[in-house]
Design a protein. Structure first.
Lengths: 363, 239
């Protein structure tokens, strides 16, 4: 409960004075047409305004200020605090009574609404936090399960394993460790994106180089699918972007597409400039199950992982969107050609190439 | 037994299937793989000629609920099923065990733990039945004679204690859920009276000389149930 025995805060005082000043001006204009009792309703409105905008305390204060103002300016004799007519005195008393009650009740309901809002916010935050924890632990543990399994096999079954088996288990350990590393990188990036701490350090870079680097990092994840690049190497203009961030965005869409591809599936990547050469458009088409139209925006939300399926953390595409968005670009999910699979389309703004004179820094 | 056991690995993670294929393969198992629930059911149902002997079922599959896969398998076959699932999903595991799964391992797991579970399940042919005595160290449980001896000396058990121990011994090396124990020994109406079970288990540990702090013989699986240590066998020749 707020204390009623205190000095008004600046906001409350301002609200009370402003509301009553407005009520005074309105009443002065309306007094030719309205009876005195009705004029008091204007001041009652000021009380309500204070309850809604400031607090119950301000409403009660406004009731008292309104009572004095109304008395001073509108009851006979005017410009004094005396009241000559009994009816006017009654109006004044009723005004004060109603204003005090309304002010307190309205203030109390405002306080409750605020408390309710705070509780809902806390609940939402708690829900998000548990989603984060569940997703993080699932994604850290999935590669770890393979690493622990493969490593324990190497140790326990050593004598019974062929050199090929041993090699394959070691590759598994390496591939899954790299996946774990990518995931941790994503988590760090997400935190930075969330705090607005991501510093964009632009440089001129070719898409070919970034895709090549992404392919290297994803070697194990892309095993079992074919990735086709549908543009002649060296044919595209350079991008002026933060290379590591855009590479991460590419890694995330590629990993996502590979994960949803059927075994032996093909990923088709195309890249071109749009008609006005203002944007580069990169499209990646998979042969996966596709995304329902209603879900095409949702897939970019944090922690969205399809129908509660255990695929990934729901961070990858959200980060891709964040990275591309930080460069003034956008990512959308579309239906694949002939309605099969999904095409992820990344649009990145292009800049006319200027030979790098100094460091290409750009906050 | 020189036949080759066929194990079906159901997991959507390629890396998990890979290491299981290699490690189980190195132990002489024939390994089949399924990445989805639908594929798993199809493989179990279609393998009429060479039936699957054991299924390793991950509960988190992309296309359908693991529980639904288990139910579909159970409708057609009583092949042993080991549930593979992440920690923290105890309720899911209990549900699966009560629905007919035979055991579980928690991800991440070491290969030795998994192989021990697999052996425990494949070791006992169904026809061996109740009558087989259980031996572990100095302990011998003879269900047919309702006799339990520790280093040759008879151990006196109440009927409930004996019933719990006999059920665990029948499933030696495998987990038995609290619900299964309570339903079997006390009756369906006592399904939730887990304190009965706790008291009986602690008395059993006392009488059988098991360390109550770090039980070795009668292990508690927190949130799930109990497991009696696998038997010591004169010959470890599996598969």
């Amino acid at each position: 409960m707020p204390s009623w025995y205190r000095l008004p805060r600046r906001r409350e005082l301002g609200c009370v004075l402003m509301a009553n000043l407005l009520a005074l001006i309105a009443s002065a204009g309306l007094q030719a047409w309205l009876a005195l009792a009705n004029l008091s309703l204007v001041f009652l409105s000021a009380v309500l305004a204070c309850a809604i905008l400031a607090s119950g305390y301000a409403a009660v204060l406004s009731a008292l200020v309104g009572f004095v103002t109304f008395n001073f300016f509108f009851t006979e004799p005017r410009y004094s605090l005396l009241v000559a007519e009994r009816e006017q005195l009654l109006t004044l008393c009723f005004f004060l009574l109603v204003a005090l009650v309304v002010g307190r009740v309205a203030g109390e309901s405002r306080r409750r609404m605020q408390a309710l809002g705070a509780a809902r916010l806390a609940e939402e935050r708690e829900r998000l936090r548990s989603a984060l924890l569940a997703s993080v632990s699932h994604d850290l543990r999935t590669p770890l399960a393979s690493i622990i399994g493969a490593a324990s096999s190497l140790r326990a079954l050593d004598a019974q394993l062929s050199p090929v088996d041993r090699r394959e288990l070691l590759d598994g350990v390496l591939g899954e460790s790299q996946r774990l590393d990518r995931y941790i990188q994503n988590l760090l990036d997400m935190t930075r994106l969330g705090h607005g701490e991501l510093k964009i350090e632009r440089d001129w870079v070719s898409l070919d180089d970034m895709v090549a680097s992404a392919r290297r990092r994803l070697a194990s994840a892309l095993e079992g699918v074919t990735l086709l690049q549908r543009w002649p190497a060296g044919s595209l203009p350079l991008l002026y972007v933060h290379p590591a961030l855009i590479e991460q965005a590419l890694v995330n869409v590629l990993e996502n597409a590979a994960r949803f591809s059927p075994p032996g599936g093909t990923l088709e990547m195309s890249a071109a400039t749009d008609e006005t050469a203002s944007h580069m458009i990169i499209a990646l088409t998979d042969q996966g199950p596709g995304i329902a139209p209603a879900m095409r925006e949702k897939v970019f939300e944090m922690f969205y992982t399809g129908d509660g399926s255990p695929h990934g953390s729901g961070l990858g595409l959200a980060i891709c969107k964040g990275m591309v968005g930080a460069h003034g670009g956008e990512v959308v999910a579309e239906a694949g050609p002939e309605g099969r699979g999904t095409t992820m389309v990344i649009r990145l703004p292009l800049r006319p190439y200027t030979a790098p004179s100094g460091a290409g820094y750009d906050a | 037994m020189n036949e080759t056991f066929r194990v079906l690995v159901v997991d959507d993670e390629r890396a998990i299937r890979q290491f299981l294929r290699i490690s189980l393969g190195s132990q002489g198992f024939a390994v089949s793989e399924a990445a989805t629930g639908a594929q798993a059911i199809e493989t179990v149902l279609a393998s009429a000629g060479e039936p699957i002997d054991l299924v390793l079922l991950d509960l988190g599959l992309p296309d359908m609920e693991g529980q639904a896969v288990l139910a579909a398998i159970r409708r057609a076959s009583d092949v042993p099923v080991i549930i593979v699932s992440v920690r923290g999903h105890e309720a899911e595991k209990v549900q699966a065990l009560d629905a007919g799964a035979n055991d579980y391992v928690t991800k991440p797991f070491g290969i030795e733990e998994l192989l021990a579970r697999v052996r425990a399940l494949l070791r006992r042919p169904a026809l061996a039945g109740h009558a087989r005595p259980y031996r572990y160290g100095a302990l011998c449980i003879e269900p047919a004679a309702r006799r339990v001896t520790l280093a040759g000396r008879p151990v006196h058990l109440t009927p409930k204690e004996f019933a719990v121990l006999a059920l665990l011994a029948h499933q030696a090396g495998r987990v038995v859920t609290q619900t299964q124990l309570l339903r079997h020994v006390w009756g369906a109406s006592h399904r939730n009276d887990t304190h009965y079970l706790r008291i009986v288990v602690s008395r059993l540990r006392q009488k059988l000389g098991d360390d109550p702090h770090t039980p070795h013989l009668l292990q508690t699986e927190p949130g799930i149930g109990y497991r009696l240590h696998g038997e010591t066998e004169p010959q470890e020749t599996l598969p």
